[in-house]
Design a protein around this ligand. Structure first.
Ligand code: PLP
Length: 391
């Protein structure tokens, strides 16, 4: 998160002192946050829940995905993405990433099988995926699309906000995200037929409350990912700030890309949508691993940077609980041992060369927030000087 202050504190205090914490009680903050998020994203409806992981699980449950199904996920995402798939009893299959470190539509096409039911493109680090190509492949294959927008709150692709392009979109509001309510998430729903199922999935007991009575005939056993009005009050203030945060980041990103003079053999990676990119970072690619390390050291000193290959929990090779097929808390509740999943071939121990190559040679550079134009210019100047030591 980039900014919070008196507005968030006052909004939370109001709920705390009025003792209206519970979302099905007299307080209406969660409901209001859901309406505001739907309006911002352009979705049919939204369920605001406890985390981005919960939102992914709810989307999968709303789509009815389970044993016998495989779901395609990229090699670069937080481990929560494949974990959500295993939680519903389905099998995650890894798809290579493209130069932008996002799901490669060409490899997506290659990975589709009879048992594939959905794909989860992940808009990592505020960068929208190549949704035109992904949606085309998904449509041809007749599979559902769940956008993982957990790192892309408010981002857009060709004029539409992420999370409104597929069947469902999952967002996170934990502390590391663009906006935050402490912990929190949202599942944006773009098709009417999934609204009631998503609400039922978000709270297995909802049917028994007044708010859920009309859902009773659609309800099914599920867990409890219910949000509360205190955190929702904070979230609503953060939603108000979101477009301002994005504007500041996007301006700084554009200015840095314009003013930084890279060594000839390196290049900025063009986003699939330069305008819709949230602006939290930019990517620079070097010709070799050795040179990328050198570049990273220089960028890190001035702006803060890292090579995504080193971001452990975000890299397929480090998802040990999935790769070692530790599929659940009980042997009979383990997606990898489920008889219906026997025929689904996994690809966890095969190095994916294209992914490794891009992850090795790319440097992810952080964009500073809230700096004046002059301050950003000064950073670019300092960096240009430092880049003279690149060989
Ligand atoms: C790409 C991605 N997906 C899913 C999640 C899960 O979100 P949460 O931590 O809110 O459960 C995260 C959070 O780190 C994420 O970065």
């Amino acid at each position: 998160m980039y900014i919070a202050g008196k507005q968030e504190a006052a909004a939370a205090e109001k709920i705390i002192t009025s003792l209206t914490y519970f979302r099905y009680g007299t307080g209406q903050e969660v409901k209001a946050a859901e309406n505001e998020w739907s309006q911002l994203v352009g979705s049919k409806d939204t369920v605001v829940v406890t985390s981005g992981t919960a939102a992914l699980q709810i989307a999968l449950k709303a789509l009815g995905i389970g044993p016998g199904d495989s779901v395609l996920v990229p090699t670069y995402t937080y481990v929560a993405t494949p974990l959500a798939v295993t939680t519903v009893g389905a099998i995650p299959i890894y798809v290579d990433i493209d130069e932008q470190l996002l799901m490669d539509p060409k490899d997506l096409k290659r990975k589709i099988r009879k048992h594939t039911k959905a794909v989860i493109p992940v808009h990592m680090a505020g960068m929208p995926c190549n949704m035109k190509a992904i949606l085309k492949v998904a449509k041809e294959a007749g599979i559902a699309v769940i956008e993982d927008c957990c790192q892309c709150d408010g981002g857009s692709y060709k004029g539409k906000r992420v999370g409104s392009l597929g069947d469902m979109g999952a967002f996170s509001f934990n502390e590391y995200k663009i906006i935050s309510s402490g912990e929190g998430g949202a599942c944006a729903i773009n098709k009417k037929k999934y609204v009631q199922r998503a609400r039922s999935a978000s709270d297995g007991g909802l049917y028994a409350w007044n708010e859920g009575k009309k859902l009773a005939d659609k309800a099914f056993c599920s867990s409890h990912y219910r949000f509360n009005n205190i955190n929702a009050a904070i979230l609503r203030q953060q939603i108000k700030r979101l477009d301002g945060i994005l504007k500041s980041l996007r301006n700084a990103r554009k200015q840095l890309i314009k003013e930084i003079k890279l060594p000839k053999e390196c290049h900025f990676v063009e986003s699939h949508d330069e305008e819709g990119n949230c602006g939290v970072c930019f990517l620079v690619q070097a010709p070799t691993l050795k040179k990328a390390k050198k570049l990273d050291a220089i960028f890190n000193d001035v702006l803060g940077s890292y090579r995504p290959i080193n971001s452990s929990r975000h890299i397929y090779k480090d998802w040990i609980v999935v790769n070692e097929k530790r599929g659940g808390h009980h042997p009979d509740w383990d997606c990898f041992k489920h008889p219906k999943n026997k025929k689904i071939k996994t690809n966890y121990n095969k190095p994916l060369k294209q992914s490794d190559d891009y992850l090795n040679r790319t440097v992810l550079v952080r964009v500073p927030y809230g700096k004046s134009k002059a301050a950003v210019s000064q950073l670019a100047k300092t960096l240009n000087k430092a880049l003279e030591s690149y060989k």
